[in-house]
Every structure is written in C-alpha cells, then in structure tokens.
Design a binder for this molecule. Sequence first.
Ligand SMILES: [Zn+2]
Length: 466
Amino acid sequence: MILKEDERRLKSVFSRSILVLLISFLILSFAIPAQAFNLSNWYCCLKHPLGFELEYVNGYVVAQQIRVEGAHIAVVGDDIGLVKDQVSWLSKLDIAYDSMVELTAGEPVVQAASDKKITILEDPSVHGAAYAGNPIRIDPAFFRSQIEGSWNAYGDPSFAFIHEMGHDFHWDFPGFHFNEGGGATNEAFANFILIYAYEKLNPENIVLDRVYDGVADLETNFYLTRANTYLSGERSFEKIKWNNDAFTGLLILLKNKYGWGIFQKAFAMHRNLLGTSQISYQSLDQFTDIKKVNLFVFMLSEAAGEDLSPQFEEWGFRIVPTSTILTTSLNPSSIAANTYSNLTITGRLSRVDTGLGLEGRIVSFSCFNGTIGSTVTDENGSYTFKWTNVSLANGSYTVTASFTGDSLHEPSSKAQTVSVIEKPPPPSLPTVPGFPPEAVLIGITLAVGAIVFMRKKTRLPELWSV
Ligand SMILES: [Zn+2]
C-alpha cells in the first residue's frame, strides 16, 4: 500500500468536494450490504457488448463502470464520462507509459500479467488513497478530483495517475528500493520516473500543491527547493530516506549534471542483471539499504564514467565498499627452467553481491614480491596478461594478481603457482681425450660416410655381371 504524500497534498486542495462525496459514499454504503466493501477480490468484470462493464459484488450490481483504453493504459470507472476529450487524455497517459519504458529500459512486469495494459481503476473499496499495481486502484473521490481539477481544468493528465505508473515501473528494480525499516524513497523514485514522463509530455500546467507552469517550474520550485532545504540542514541517509521530495530533488540534480542517460543505463544494467538470472528478485530485494546504495551508486558511476560516491557522501549517504572476487589462471601452468618461456594469465574481477564484472579496473601481477606488470579489465571484468620471456630456475613460484580496490569496492587478490621444471639434459656425445665432443662427432660421421661409399663402389660390378 502506498499512500502518497503528494496525493494527500493534492486532495487537500479539493477537500471540500471530497467531504461531500464521502458523505454521499457513506449513505450509499448503508444501502448496499457492508460485506460488499470488504472483499479484496471484489473486482470482476463482465464485458458488455456496448463497451460497458458491470461490476458485481456477491451478486449485487454496485456500479456500471465504463472502460476506455489507449495503447497501453486502460481506465475503468463510474466517472469516465467526466473526462473531457478522452482520446487526447488517453494518448497523454500512453505517452507517459512509453516514456517510462524508455527510461527504465523495458515494459513493467505488472503489465505482462494482464492484458498487456496497465488498468487504472476507480475503486470504491479504496478510501483516501491510490494504490500502485495492476490495476492501479484509486478512491473514486480522488479519481474525480484528478479528472476535474487536473485534466479538465488545466490539461494536466494527472499527477496521481502518472505517479502510480511510476511505482509500477520502479517495482521492477528491487536493488533501488531502499525500504529497510520503512522510508519513503520508493515515493522519490516514482516521482523521478514521473518527472521524465512530464518532460516528454511537456504540459503547460501541472497540478500538485499549486498549479505549476510546466515541468521546469515543478522541478525547480518544488523538488529542488526541498533538496536545497535538506542540504542546508543535517545530511544523513536516515533523514533523506524519509524526505522523499528532497530525495527526488537530489536525483534531479544528478540528472541536470549528467543527463537522463546515466539513469537509463543504470536501469538497463539492473534489468539485465535480473534478466540474465545472475541474481533473483527476492535475494536482491533482501539486500540491506547499505548494499543497495552501493549498487545504485555503482551503476550510476559506471554509466557516468565517473565515480559518483564522493557526491553521494557529500549528500549524507554512507558508502561502504562491497567485496570483490578475482580469479586467476596460468597457461601453461609449468615451464622449463632457465629457458625463455611465455605465460598467459587470465581471469575476471567481479562484485560478490551480484556477480557483475568490474570494467576498466587495473589488475597487477607480482612474483617474488616484484611487479611483473598490469592490465585493465574489459567490459565483462575479464582480463588477459601476457608474461613474456620468463626465465626461472627450477622450483615452485607464486604469481599473485591484485586489485587495489576503490571507493565502492574492497581490494582482492588471487595467487597461483607456476612450476618450473629442470630441462632434461641433452643427449651425451662420445668423447675422445684431447678433442672437443663436436669434433669427435664430425669425425665419426665422416668415417661412417666413407665406409658406406666404399661398400657401394665395390658392389657395382657384381650387379652388372648378373
Ligand atoms: Zn506513491
């Protein structure tokens, strides 16, 4: 359940009308058996040939709801008739959806579970709130206030609906859910995703606690103002995790400096991590906030091509380096003694938490406490190093590969043994005292050659006489 702070603000604008509607709602609830409003699975639809749907609860018709749909968003409710220019409104919600797909590098998982659309449902069982999911369920009074107060009056397709869509997309990224002990950062991410959608929609007005002159006004005078207030006070993760609007403002500061691209890449990296099953959704979700912050900052840093941990630390986040693992393999694993040989050292540097490879890191190699050389890891964290012209006396030697660590990663090293084996002695030559062995060998060769030649010569006449 997500009760939005922004939505509460918005509702206060329309509190008078809500009060009247709530009273009507209470009167209505006396007219229908109480159990009808306590069912968690009350929503079931029967399609009507004319496009209407009848809502049944334990056999009672509670509403005649209308369903309208765009390419990605369907809206079901009693009050669809209030919506001015429904086609235009639905197309705006579709643009919001498409832009979220663009930002988060994929369709949200909740969409795949149903009719390939996200449904926004005007739900009488919801009181004073809106819930993300599929369907997104919204209190009817709240639904009406969004239609009349935002879309009909100002051409804003509705902060609340787009915000809940933002939750549906953010749901796919458990590594970016800093929800240990509660906290409101999920609201911050939903609103940050919403900001991207609003930049694409670019409406003239956005209705929140007041009417903003478009998204730039909302970013500057709502979110950045709150981020600056946070930054001028005590900076700590425990504070910022409860201050979702300031948190959204910090993300906007990063976006303004590095562009949306770093977030697109970070979302893509996270989606790919789950898609390739390197780690399950559940195990990632169970990471502590400290581990998640490290992962988030790591992914953003990789995308930015710059270590962003000093920036996050300056903002009061605690960055704790995560463990790494370095593998090493020698080929060949044994060489001949006192002979020049070439060795290839290969391996991979990765994060222990997710198995993600570390790109562009220096891996150094040493033997006898002396440095052999170093190389840089590729995009998968793999490395190859050629150790050339190695000449060692026989014995066993330890070659150590090392990564010195960085602000997000602990150091790691791995030792491997290379066996250096004595070369077998060359075949011994016959010796004659006073002569070098080579001369003796030449002498023997010449003597054997002469014997063969003479034997051939003596045989020739015998052959012709036959
Ligand atoms: Zn929310």
